[in-house]
Design a protein around this ligand. Structure first.
Ligand code: SAM
Length: 390
């Protein structure tokens, strides 16, 4: 592809991504993969260059831009070489017009900026929210770590995480699948708040495809019971093969029917040493990986998420045994979903106690702990640990 054709491809992709965020379409990564699956003429260098341009444009625009062309024009203001690709050639973008629109530079949409501000995340920390993330992986506790470091010579241990290593973004770890799990250091850290140990019964109430389930199972040394639940059949169906690959036979999955969860969980009432609630959230802490998600969030969607979080907390509480723990996690930095949600929980359940989660990262925030990309070089999280009355 010519440089101009790469620019045009990035513009077309950005148009699809912008529409996708407005209309609930697929994630940028999926749209990029689909785009190239029907354009076999694009070589790996073309794909990489287009992808980088697309993500640079997404990162540069806080508010959703009016078009892909306006977003790339913003980058072209400071990149002479890029501006020259608007050359009107056969497969390239039309020549630049003097008065066509250019996207405004920014980091987050104004309304989310105000919410971050109210949540005590200073503007100085916002650029890190959309920075590129490294590749973090968790090594299985029984794996031969010397062999893994030999296979991955650029690996660096992550201080504070016994089994976490950091690699340059894009490192291929597929040959080590089952022995290492791709998992952000923040996700690894918040799993430690469960203080999982062999023999426990843990309900992972919002298990999804099981990223944290596998970390909990590994910490349990494969002894005990994990009941991994979710309402999303497709996500949950990915868990069992992953658990099998990681030799974790203690994981059972339970697909819940939305609206009937309490009935379907009734047999577990009062039995769990830990109920782990990795609640559905706005994902404001994970924009490093999918920066277009900040264009997708609306105040209505946030309100619905906050209501769902309260609902899953109410499902979780009766499952905890007397004196057991409820661990609440969101990959969000907004207090409505984190510190505020826990305040609301404690006003509904006044006889529960707060217990400080022992984490290697983060800062105390509200009645829990918060990790931020700027402070901890991890995805952003809020985590709280609550103890049921004895
Ligand atoms: C943040 S994701 C979980 C990620 C997962 N724990 C991991 O580590 O990969 C939140 C999950 O909550 C699930 N969820 C939403 N409503 C739920 C409900 N009422 N009961 C159980 N799970 C629910 C969603 O389907 C989603 O998979």
């Amino acid at each position: 592809m010519t440089p101009a054709a790469r620019t045009q491809a990035a513009i077309e992709l950005l148009d699809a991504i912008i529409t996708g965020t407005r209309e609930g379409g697929a994630a940028a990564d999926t749209l990029i993969a689909r785009y190239f699956s029907t354009r076999r003429y694009a070589g790996s260098k073309d794909r990489r260059a287009v992808r980088e341009l697309v993500y640079a444009a997404i990162r540069a625009c806080g508010e959703p831009p009016v078009s892909g062309r306006a977003a790339v024009r913003l980058l072209a203001m400071t990149h002479e070489g890029l501006a020259s690709t608007f050359d009107g050639s056969a497969h390239g973008p039309a020549l630049l017009g003097a008065d066509e629109s250019v996207a405004a530079p920014g980091i987050v949409p104004a309304w989310i900026g105000a919410a971050l501000d109210r949540s005590g995340v200073p503007a100085a920390e916002w650029p890190a929210l959309v920075d590129r993330a490294p590749l973090d992986v968790r090594i299985r506790q029984d794996a031969d770590s010397a062999a893994i470091f030999a296979a991955l010579p650029q690996a660096e241990p992550i201080p504070g995480l016994g089994y976490g290593i950091r690699l340059p973004a894009g490192t291929d770890v597929s040959a080590l699948s089952g022995v290492v799990e791709v998992q952000d250091a923040g996700s690894q850290a918040v799993s430690l708040a469960a203080d999982a140990s062999p023999g426990m019964t843990i309900v992972d109430l919002c298990a999804g495809a099981g990223g944290k389930t596998l970390a909990l199972g590994d910490a349990m040394g494969g002894q005990g019971r994990i009941i991994a639940c979710d309402v999303d059949r497709a996500r949950l169906s990915r868990l069992a093969p992953r658990a099998a690959k990681a030799d974790l036979s203690i994981v059972e999955t339970r697909l819940l029917d939305p609206g009937r969860e309490a009935v379907e969980l009734a047999d577990l009432a009062g039995t769990a040493d830990v109920v782990f609630v990795d609640a559905p959230c706005s994902g404001t802490g994970t924009w490093r990986r999918n920066p277009e998600a900040r264009w997708r969030l609306t105040s209505d969607r946030l309100r619905r998420l906050v209501a769902t979080q309260a609902h899953v907390l109410d499902l979780a509480a009766p499952l905890v045994r007397p004196g057991g723990a409820l661990v609440y996690v969101v990959c969000s930095l907004l207090d409505d979903e984190g510190a505020g949600q826990i305040n609301e929980f404690l006003s509904r359940y006044p006889d529960w106690q707060v217990s400080a989660p022992m984490l290697p990262f983060g800062r105390d925030h509200g009645r829990g702990r918060r990790l931020t990309p700027a402070h901890d070089a991890t995805d952003g999280f809020f985590v709280a640990r609550l103890l049921a009355p004895c």
